[in-house]
Design a protein. Structure first.
Length: 50
């Protein structure tokens, strides 16, 4: 895996966690939780496959 892909995966994971934190602050909007989970899972899968 190249350094660039690692940075992208880390950035996506960070975005996912930020969305999750915002969702918790909002009172756990289910759509935001699903979106955050999808972003984090996609980043982890992308990171793991390369």
């Amino acid at each position: 895996m190249t350094g660039r892909n690692r940075k992208v995966a880390a950035a996506l994971t960070a975005v996912g966690f930020v969305v999750l934190l915002l969702a918790v602050g909002d009172g756990l909007n289910p759509l935001e939780v699903i979106l955050a989970g999808a972003i984090v899972i996609a980043a982890i899968c992308d990171y793991g496959l390369k």
